[in-house]
Design a protein around this ligand. Structure first.
Ligand SMILES: Cc1cc2nc3c(=O)[nH]c(=O)nc-3n(C[C@H](O)[C@H](O)[C@H](O)COP(=O)(O)OP(=O)(O)OC[C@H]3O[C@@H](n4cnc5c(N)ncnc54)[C@H](O)[C@@H]3O)c2cc1C
Length: 339
């Protein structure tokens, strides 16, 4: 290994936790690499990129895609090395205490510490499990809603019963001619007020599931749904079908590294340390007593993980980064901002 290839910190995952860790690690003068399984930074935020976010401290209501670009911009401040389209699969500690990370492309990455910021793991949309359904994906079978106005005056069928499905059903009810919500259970896992509203504003079919799509050319024009217990079926006319069955997350072999894993994720202590020296955790993949599963919580975890990684490498280092308002590292950057 060439000495230049050894990083102080390698961050696994480029969601809010990973991006903020990349920035904060730069602030602490550390040599940072971030490896992301997808082709871009942003993590889970891409799944609701058209939504408006209100609850990130100090940031006025902002469309999530804009927040992603701001976070990514901040992550690049100290020019970390970014690696995309590689899923970290394997970790090995060397005799000198450093680690080798191996990815699905066969590449090796050398690092003195690791921050796992893997969120829900590599996520995949739960697709509709009906043979041939994929051929409608280019026409009127949707897994995300990018443009509400494209459903104007249409009959839309939405399948799903979580927060996101209920949310979309309500937004669609304002533009579509008719919205039918199909869900396998009679219970919706969403805010009470929203559940009450969908009962008012949409046609509910519960407990039902989609069992067949009927196409005319490349378009779905009817859907057969079946009652979950008595199998009674109904055939409904539709212009568009939206599937909102959530995501499956896969941590792959991350879980086989001797790390302690609890019911809600990777167990870390109040300093973001895992049970393995030199490996830290941040963001939605971790669990600790006061874990906050919000973007703001991911930032906090990331700062803790970086501070702990710094102290692991240099026990004499201060416990936290010097604040940005009085930090030499920003002197030149501030000049560029204001001149
Ligand atoms: C529908 C929904 C709406 C939400 N709305 C809000 C909101 O309004 N406000 C708010 O504050 N929070 C919201 N959240 C929560 C917020 O999205 C999460 O708290 C946040 O995304 C967690 O960030 P993270 O970096 O920990 O993980 P993620 O955003 O999940 O990012 C993890 C990244 O790690 C990558 N990865 C995983 N495994 C590997 C591997 N082995 N190798 C390489 N890369 C890997 C993944 O590809 C992913 O990009 C919402 C969540 C959901 C589900």
């Amino acid at each position: 290994m060439n000495k230049d290839e050894l990083y102080d910190v390698t961050i696994i995952g480029g969601g809010p936790a990973g991006m903020y860790a990349a920035f904060y690690g730069g602030m602490r003068n550390m040599k940072i690499k971030l490896i992301e399984g997808a082709g871009e930074l942003g993590g889970f935020l891409h799944t609701y990129s058209e939504k408006t976010i209100w609850d990130v401290g100090g940031i006025p209501p902002i469309r999530c895609d804009k927040l992603i670009s701001w976070l990514a911009g901040q992550a690049l401040t100290f020019e970390p090395t970014l690696v995309f389209n590689q899923r970290v699969d394997d970790l090995q500690r060397q005799a000198d205490g450093t680690f080798i990370l191996r990815t699905n492309t066969g590449q090796q990455h050398y690092t003195r510490t690791v921050i796992i910021a893997a969120g829900r793991g590599i996520t995949e949309l739960q697709k509709l499990d009906i043979e041939g359904a994929d051929r409608y994906e280019l026409t009127n079978l949707y897994y995300t809603v990018q443009d509400l106005s494209s459903f104007r005056n249409k009959h839309v069928l939405i399948s799903g019963g979580g927060n996101s499905a209920v949310d979309w059903a309500l937004e669609l009810a304002e533009v579509a001619e008719r919205v039918t919500v199909v869900h396998r259970s009679t219970e919706f896992r969403a805010m009470e007020r929203n559940v009450a509203s969908i009962h008012e504003l949409t046609n509910i079919r519960t407990p039902y599931q989609i069992i067949q799509l009927h196409g005319q050319g490349e378009q779905i024009h009817q859907v057969t749904i079946a009652h979950m217990t008595n199998n009674v079926t109904e055939r409904l006319d539709v212009d568009a079908v939206i599937i909102n069955h959530g995501y499956s997350g896969n941590y792959g072999s991350l879980l086989n590294w001797g790390l302690r894993i609890g019911e809600s994720g990777l167990i870390v202590n109040e300093q973001a340390e895992t049970n393995v020296a030199g490996i830290f955790g941040a963001g939605d993949c971790v669990t600790h007593k006061s874990k906050v599963r919000l973007i703001a919580g991911a930032f906090n975890d990331a700062a803790l993980a970086i501070n702990s990684a710094k102290r692991y490498l240099d026990p004499e280092a201060p416990g936290m980064a010097y604040v940005s308002s009085h930090n030499e590292r920003f002197r030149e950057l501030n000049k560029k901002l204001y001149n």
